[in-house]
Ligand binder design. Structure first.
Ligand code: CTP
Length: 444
């Protein structure tokens, strides 16, 4: 018996897939088809798979060509499968020619001619028109965002806005996009969505104006500086059927979501304490080092440190108190925010002129999770127990700057007509704005 194996995402199942499976089946007597998981696709940079793995498996099954369907979820699995299933032939489309020659040590490798003029990417483009995105603000984060956006299909950055003409023109030239400095309404007009990456204190007004014009909004953190502001934005978003997402990039990263899953699995028992630290010694000339009203450590990094706290202990904290070391202008150089909850406690440590170990520790009644610096770009974490020899390590892929994950979530929610992400909820966003408000009041 000749056993054949092939792999693919098989998203938006099309004729090219059908023909490939038909020919693969004819190469032998028994066909095994490996369907990739979303996580595996994400880890190799394929961020916009539309169909769920269940649907994709179902579509492969319906062709009647597959004798066995397996799931592919990690690098190196192909060699394992070839041994495990005593495979004679590995086959795949000609778009991969040469890529899998290394498998020739284990079985025969055949590249089948790809069906012309059809692909999942093409169907995705036809089904979902490209989202035209404009960027508000042309600073550091905006410059990092544009190259990241190129990894997400279905969206195109077309313009930038900044009331400072020189800055926006320089930015527009650098990235080959339209620059607008005069009229915000004109800037909004041709767009489907905006990414707000301007100064903290301007986020609210820009987001409000864009939502009122029916544009989807991805807004840098802190999106709002009071509960009332945050509530207002979500209300306007709902009224205009717009997606409003706060861009806390960690929330959308695969590794961080895996960490949350492990933490909630019961492996460390009941979670009673979350301690998150994020510090960076900032250049003294930066906005966060100079602005007495909207600079400082907590406004800069507090959304990041509050993220695991609210995710794991909920948003209904009983109390929050702050201790800060400030400079003469009142800018917090280092801030500890302590929370108490019915079921535990939490500590956030942020700083722009103090350096500490940037780790995340989640303590439970049976063990703890340690995610080392930079935990906010979650690449790995460890579960530890009383017995110091018993450790479980987890690693996850984290590509580029990580901004592609939040954008990918933004795009897929818009495409699917959804208006909220479970990865970072409205309730969590409003609660964070409330803490920011309390911090700013305390600082007065
Ligand atoms: N395939 C093919 N002809 C096409 C499209 C895909 O023969 N027109 C083959 C691929 O070469 C692969 C299998 O079908 O062997 C599964 O491919 P997959 O990557 O899932 O499909 P694509 O349409 O290429 O997806 P994407 O556009 O997302 O890359």
């Amino acid at each position: 018996m000749t056993r054949v194996i092939t792999y693919g995402s098989f998203d938006l199942f099309h004729e090219g897939h059908y023909k490939l499976l038909e020919r693969a089946k004819k190469l032998g007597d028994y066909l095994i088809v490996g369907v990739t998981t979303e996580q595996y696709d994400e880890s190799r940079g394929k961020l916009n798979v539309v169909d769920s793995i269940i649907d994709r498996i179902e579509n492969v099954k319906k062709t009647g060509f597959a004798d066995k369907i397996i799931v592919e979820d990690h690098v190196g699995q192909k060699v394992e499968d070839i041994h495990k299933y005593s495979v004679d032939i590995f086959t795949i489309g000609s778009d991969w020619t040469g890529e899998f020659d290394y498998l020739k040590d284990f079985c025969k490798v055949i590249y089948l001619e790809r069906t012309k003029e059809i692909s999942s990417t093409l169907i995705r483009k036809q089904k979902y028109p490209i989202i035209k995105l404009g960027i508000v603000g042309t600073g550091r984060i905006a410059s990092r965002f544009i190259p990241e956006a190129k990894f997400v299909s279905g969206i195109e950055t077309v313009s930038a806005y900044n009331p400072h003409r020189e800055s926006v023109e320089r930015f527009g030239k650098r990235f080959g996009i339209r620059a607008e400095s005069e009229n915000f309404e004109n800037f909004l007009e041709p767009l489907d969505a905006v990414y707000i990456a301007s100064l903290h204190q301007t986020h609210f007004e820009y987001a409000k104006a864009a939502l009122n014009r029916g544009k989807h909004v991805l807004c840098e953190k802190p999106m709002a500086l009071s509960r009332v502001q945050a509530l207002e934005l979500y209300t306007i978003a709902k009224a205009n059927d717009c997606l409003l997402m706060e861009a806390i990039k960690t929330a959308y990263c695969p590794g961080f979501n895996q960490l949350l899953g492990v933490a909630r699995s019961g492996i460390i028992g009941n979670i009673v304490d979350v301690e998150a630290c994020f510090t960076r010694i900032a250049d003294t000339e930066t906005r966060e080092s100079k602005d007495p009203n909207y600079g400082g450590g907590f406004l800069e990094f507090g959304n990041h440190t509050m993220l695991p706290i609210f995710k794991l202990l909920g948003t209904q904290y009983k109390s929050v108190s702050f201790d800060s070391i400030k400079d003469v202008r009142g800018i917090d150089l280092y801030t500890k925010a302590s929370f108490t909850f019915d079921r535990g406690m939490a500590l956030s440590k942020t700083g722009i002129a103090v350096k500490s170990e940037g780790q995340l520790i989640i303590a439970g009644t049976k063990g703890y999770i340690l995610a080392e610096s930079p935990w906010w770009l979650t690449k790995s974490f460890e579960v530890r127990f009383e017995n110091a020899y018993k450790k479980e390590q987890y690693t996850a892929k984290f590509l580029g700057d990580g901004l592609r994950y939040e954008l990918s979530e933004f795009v897929s929610l818009i495409h699917n007509g959804e208006r909220k992400s479970y990865k970072f909820t409205e309730e969590e966003s409003i609660a964070m704005a409330g803490v920011m408000e309390k911090f700013m009041e305390m600082r007065k």
